[in-house]
Design a protein. Structure first.
Length: 238
């Protein structure tokens, strides 16, 4: 059970880190600053470099982000599971995932600790943010210190997909989960995100009602365990 929870938590923070990489880049740094080569491929609307630069231009001043989402989890050998919810981010390192029907769950990061709350079990799992994800580069992105060109190999399909979105695939240079982003060509908003882990499990999210630079207070990322909740925290070093 603990191993299953850890894998689910790592995927959740991985998704958060990817979104942070493309939605919450550190102004003036993330994409355009480096000259590190990327894998070149042509998309329907121009070069991959142009797509990455457009992302940087659109989001280089974005500090916060909120959206609704629909999630599908296709684990190897298991039925597909779906649920909905809302998500919000505030740079650096803060996020809040509210999972609603059918299985409620709350995941909150205050920039230092990730709290995963399961209301059905009345259990809270506390994990240091630096330990919640061990994939190379991903935590740096969530904290606003990553560089997408340096840490990932980017590629794009040779022909457009029927949904009209512009797709980019990111593969970590040091190994890890593969990420596929689907962006609106005009706005640059991320509408679809798919992450495939090394076991072949697929987590997909469709975003709607996307709002950039919304007013989000620090208190939204505070978390106090409910009364009587079982607290699972890492052992303190002696």
């Amino acid at each position: 059970m603990a191993r299953t929870h850890n894998i689910r938590l790592q995927v959740r923070v991985a998704i958060a880190a990817v979104i942070a990489a493309v939605l919450l880049p550190l102004a003036g740094r993330a994409l355009a600053e480096t000259s590190v080569a990327v894998t070149h491929a042509k998309s329907a609307d121009g070069s991959l470099d142009a797509t990455l630069d457009a992302l940087q231009h659109h989001y280089e001043t974005t500090r916060s982000f909120s959206a609704k989402f629909t999630e599908q989890i296709a684990a190897v050998g298991a039925p597909v599971r779906s649920r909905q919810g809302t998500v919000s981010f505030l740079r650096p390192g803060r996020m809040r995932w509210n999972f609603e029907s059918p299985n409620k769950e709350l995941l909150v990061s205050n920039g230092h600790t990730v709290f995963s709350y399961d209301p059905g079990l009345n259990q809270v799992v506390e994990t240091p943010l630096k330990d919640a994800l061990r994939a190379p580069g991903a935590t740096e992105f969530l904290l606003g210190a990553g560089n997408i060109r340096k840490d990932f190999i980017a590629s794009a399909p040779k022909s457009p997909l029927a949904d009209g979105l512009t797709y980019v695939t990111l593969r970590p240079r040091q190994g890890g989960n593969t990420i596929e982003l689907g962006m609106e060509p005009k706005s640059g908003d991320i509408r679809r995100l798919k992450i495939v882990d090394q076991l072949g499990n697929v987590t997909s999210l469709d975003f709607s009602d996307i709002r950039d630079n919304v007013e989000i207070t620090d208190s939204e990322f505070d978390f106090t365990p409910p009364a009587g909740a079982d607290i699972v925290a890492p052992a303190q070093p002696r």
